[in-house]
Design a binder for this molecule. Structure first.
Ligand SMILES: Nc1nc2c(ncn2[C@@H]2O[C@H](COP(=O)(O)OP(=O)(O)OP(=O)(O)O)[C@@H](O)[C@H]2O)c(=O)[nH]1
Length: 424
């Protein structure tokens, strides 16, 4: 059978032919831009093909830590699709974790690393993120090692937004000593912004950092919310960072805590107690959050505010990673994940699950661009047809979008070719 080639660029492949046995889709996601390092959080150039070696070297070598290093290990937990990967990418400033509309699809064990001056924020590996029953049996690796937990809630989901899931509550009560922060995500698609007040109250049982949350309806046009805390309650909470850092951390966030009623924890506050399953049955919220943030991770709205807050929570401790490391994933893993993300996006679930990705080429081109050829092996002819799409439309789109994402992740020009074949 003849070969057919789909080509969106100019890498010397033949034009499309009918009767495809294989199909290539390529993307030449230009325009040329300055070549920048793949994994570096700083911007020191090196050729993309050497990046894997460089990444290995950085991960193996001792971190280049400053004299008084600080560190914060963060676990991000929440229901599937709450936006955990999107938030992680935004905090990192680059898309290195796959994102998908489909639930349970983008699990990733990789770690993300943010280094800012003398401080390192690390999201623990094993996306302990998706809290389902299965994961409870192999629980919480990320929680176990965390210094702080971010609980992400999708406020656009009216079915789930007014109560924390059983799994999240279980997780919080299993590790009550770990300070927790509530993050209300996707505020951009919540039309009735006043609902944020109600959601925040439900999810915290009206208590944040040991103070009663007094919700005043001082909603402004621009959707900013005023939530003030009133008198301390009997609640037993960990000593808070809220009072100490609130001004900087909350500046510009949806939470205007200008009314400084009942400021910080007194230091006499105790940690929340462990709750048994029975106690959790009727619970909707967690009254031990030390802070609430409202943001739109997709657009990066208020993500910087959260990042500043996280940096301030770091405690003295040795760095785990070199300051140039952004993620523990290899470049090839990032590439595989991004291509898979696109396949998930455009095809019904049974197709992506059957796809095996085989990288056939990963080299530096003449002009320093990264040349990648990947075969997508599928179990059936019907899957191949779906993946290729009419006139090669689907696979071309996947290659084009993945190529663009890879350029943004690797900060260099990328030529990506995808080949679809039935597994032999
Ligand atoms: N409108 C809007 N969409 C968002 C926001 N944050 C995430 N999303 C979208 O929500 C979907 C799920 O995002 P992910 O980051 O993959 O969510 P996740 O929690 O990592 O998902 P799982 O891996 O299934 O647990 C994607 O389509 C995102 O684009 C946001 O702030 N606003």
């Amino acid at each position: 059978m003849g070969e057919a080639w789909r080509w969106a660029g100019s890498w010397g492949f033949p034009a499309a032919e009918a009767g495809a046995a294989r199909l290539w889709a390529a993307s030449w996601a230009s325009p040329p831009r300055p070549r920048l390092p793949l994994w570096a959080s700083t911007r020191r150039p090196w050729p993309p093909t050497k990046v894997s070696e460089e990444q290995k070297r950085l991960l193996e070598n001792r971190p280049d830590q400053p004299q008084n290093p600080k560190v914060l290990r963060i676990a991000i937990i929440g229901a599937p699709n709450a936006g955990k990967s999107t938030l992680s990418n935004q905090l990192l400033g680059r898309k290195v974790f796959p994102v998908s509309k489909k639930v349970h699809t983008t699990r990733c064990k990789a770690r993300g690393v943010i280094t800012h001056q003398d401080t390192q924020l690390v999201s623990p590996g094993d996306k302990g993120h998706n809290l389902d029953e299965a994961m409870l049996t192999d629980p919480w690796d990320s929680m176990k090692h965390a210094d702080l937990v971010l609980v992400l809630v999708d406020v656009s989901d009216h079915w789930t937004r007014n109560s924390l899931s059983k799994e999240v509550l279980k997780c919080l009560s299993q590790f009550p000593h770990i300070p927790s922060v509530l993050v209300l995500n996707k505020v951009d698609i919540l039309k009735k912004k006043f609902l944020l007040l109600e959601i925040a109250t439900d999810l915290t049982e009206g208590i944040v950092n040991g103070k009663k949350l007094e919700v005043k309806s001082t909603l402004k046009q621009d959707s900013r919310i005023h939530i003030t805390r009133a008198s301390p309650t009997e609640s037993k909470v960990p000593r808070s960072a809220f009072g100490q850092e609130k001004n900087q951390a909350q500046e510009g966030s949806g939470l205007d805590r200008s009314s400084d009623v009942g400021a910080a924890g007194t230091g006499e506050a105790q940690r929340p107690e462990h709750h048994g399953p029975e106690d959790l049955k009727h619970k909707k919220g967690w009254p031990h959050f030390q802070e609430i943030f409202m943001l739109a991770a997709l657009r990066g709205e208020e993500v910087d505010t959260l990042k500043r807050y996280l940096l301030m929570q770091a405690k003295p401790g040795p760095w785990e990673f070199h300051s140039d490391v952004l993620t523990s994933q290899s470049p090839q893993e990032v590439c595989d994940n991004i291509i898979r993300e696109k396949i998930l996006e455009y095809l019904p679930l049974e197709v992506p699950y059957g796809v095996t990705q085989v990288t056939e080429m990963w080299e530096e081109g003449e002009c320093g661009e990264l040349l990648i050829v990947q075969s997508l092996l599928v179990p059936r002819e019907s899957h191949k047809r779906m993946l290729i799409g009419r006139g090669g439309k689907v696979i071309s789109r996947i290659a084009q979008e993945a190529g663009q994402d890879l350029m943004n992740a690797f900060l260099c020009d990328v030529r990506l070719k995808l080949k679809v074949e039935v597994k032999g």
